[in-house]
Design a protein around this ligand. Structure first.
Ligand SMILES: Cc1cc2nc3c(=O)[nH]c(=O)nc-3n(C[C@H](O)[C@H](O)[C@H](O)COP(=O)(O)OP(=O)(O)OC[C@H]3O[C@@H](n4cnc5c(N)ncnc54)[C@H](O)[C@@H]3O)c2cc1C
Length: 395
């Protein structure tokens, strides 16, 4: 396959962001090598919300089977876990799709990641390598030397750090410390639809918002399974770190009193326990022919379900900038950062602010309910427009 660059671009990390980036480059004739530290390409975790702006990127990248693996949902409902009243109801049917160009969808993470992987494998311009942990890099005249933990050196034209929240490459560019932990844990599980009460088998995400905790569940894979995530603000629990957690631990931790969430949490036999982590927006994430993408650049709390969507948008933007700069990597990365930094930082900041909405207590809770109750679909769409409307470079 002919290509524009004689030396490849190295992409550190083969998550959703790294693979989408390699594809976005290939789409414009740039060859890359994806260096993934794990022994195999894959995704951990189960469900992923795929908002219309994320679907638009998958479409633009031509990853049609990723879109086919998604389940379009018909709305989003949020309930007050103290009283049981519904205070948010956003229909996501035809009117939503017309407004944002795509439906709101949900999927199994591995179905999206797998579709991106297959597209990379068949592109002819992406070399995929496992067991390749990037330990550092040096910018030299006209390129980058990428150091692997094995001691091997890769001489490449440019380096894109898509190596997630603990990014090695970020360390050298941004130099901030460990990610911030606000003292919260997320219990996640996937359960077969057969184990889910009939009345909760809805074709949309349901959220129970309570004081210092919330629960979300939604169907995936033709509604054959439900993805569960329960976030609990509790510094003591957070000290336990990441790992497996028993049903008893989760039940003991969830202080929501409403009978529905209390019943639902007793369904999964076991949970995965994750720490909530994020970083403050960085003012710069680029150094000449080296830049960051996805969680490496702008890791956020998951409350807006937009981390993967932002990684996908980054990828397509970076590809467009490279075309614009006619293959000058440093120039392309500079304009990519300029274009992406405000939008991604706005999502990082907005996601943090969702804490108020999801975990309000006392009078704040009453204020929250009164603010949202009775909003029309059009009012919701107007407020979500900045987020779900695809930027111009997604095409
Ligand atoms: C509980 C939870 C729920 C979420 N829900 C949603 C949602 O519904 N919708 C949504 O859009 N987003 C969601 N997100 C966010 C989303 O998961 C992330 O933003 C997204 O996966 C980031 O992708 P990435 O490719 O940038 O990083 P990652 O997925 O972290 O991938 C990084 C890759 O790099 C590899 N790597 C790391 N270091 C190195 C190294 N030094 N050398 C080589 N390889 C390396 C890793 O092994 C990994 O494969 C959620 C996050 C959480 C925690």
């Amino acid at each position: 396959v002919s290509h524009n660059n004689s030396r490849p671009v190295a992409v550190a990390g083969g998550g959703i962001g790294g693979l989408a980036c390699a594809l976005a480059l290939a789409r414009h004739g740039f060859q890359s090598v994806v260096l993934e530290q794990a022994p195999a390409f894959g995704e951990i975790g189960a469900g992923l919300q795929v908002a219309p702006n994320a679907l638009a990127v998958l479409e633009a990248l031509g990853v049609t089977d990723a879109k086919m693996n998604c389940l379009a949902i018909d709305g989003v409902e949020m309930f007050d876990a103290v009283t049981g009243e519904k205070f948010i109801d956003i229909p996501c049917g035809a009117e939503f799709e017309e407004r944002f160009g795509n439906p709101y969808a949900v999927a199994h993470r591995s179905d999206i990641h797998g579709a991106l992987l297959r597209a990379c494998q068949s592109s002819g311009l992406v070399e995929l390598r496992t067991d390749s942990h990037v330990a550092g890099f040096e910018v030299s005249n006209g390129g980058v030397s990428v150091k692997l933990s094995s001691g091997a050196i890769e001489n490449v034209a440019a380096l894109i750090g898509a190596d997630g929240i603990n990014s090695q490459i970020r360390r050298a560019i941004v130099g901030d410390d460990e990610p911030l932990c606000p003292g919260a844990v997320v219990y996640r599980a996937l359960i077969p639809a057969a184990d889910m009460p009939r009345e909760e088998q809805k074709r949309h995400p349901t959220i129970w918002a309570g004081p210092r905790a919330h629960m979300i569940y939604y169907p995936i894979r033709d509604q054959s399974a439900f993805n569960f995530a329960i976030t609990i603000m509790n510094a003591e629990l957070a000290k336990r770190g990441q790992g497996k957690a028993s049903r008893e631990e989760a039940i003991g931790a969830l202080k929501l009193h409403h009978e529905i969430p209390r019943h639902l949490i007793s369904i999964p036999g076991e949970f995965g326990r994750y720490l909530l982590r994020y970083r403050e927006p960085a003012a710069n994430w680029t150094l000449g022919p080296v830049t960051l993408l996805g969680d490496a650049a702008h890791p956020m709390v998951q409350y807006l379900a937009q981390g993967a969507a932002m990684a996908l948008e980054d990828a397509i933007c970076l590809g467009e900038c490279l075309v614009e700069s006619k293959g000058n990597f440093a120039e392309a990365f500079e304009s990519y950062q300029t274009i992406r930094i405000v939008r991604s930082a706005r999502v990082q900041i907005s996601a943090l602010m969702m804490d108020k909405l999801l975990h309000a207590d006392g009078v704040e809770r009453l204020v929250r309910n009164s603010m949202f109750m009775g909003r029309t679909p059009g009012e919701y769409y107007d407020r979500l427009s900045w987020l779900y409307t695809s930027p111009w470079y997604v095409r």
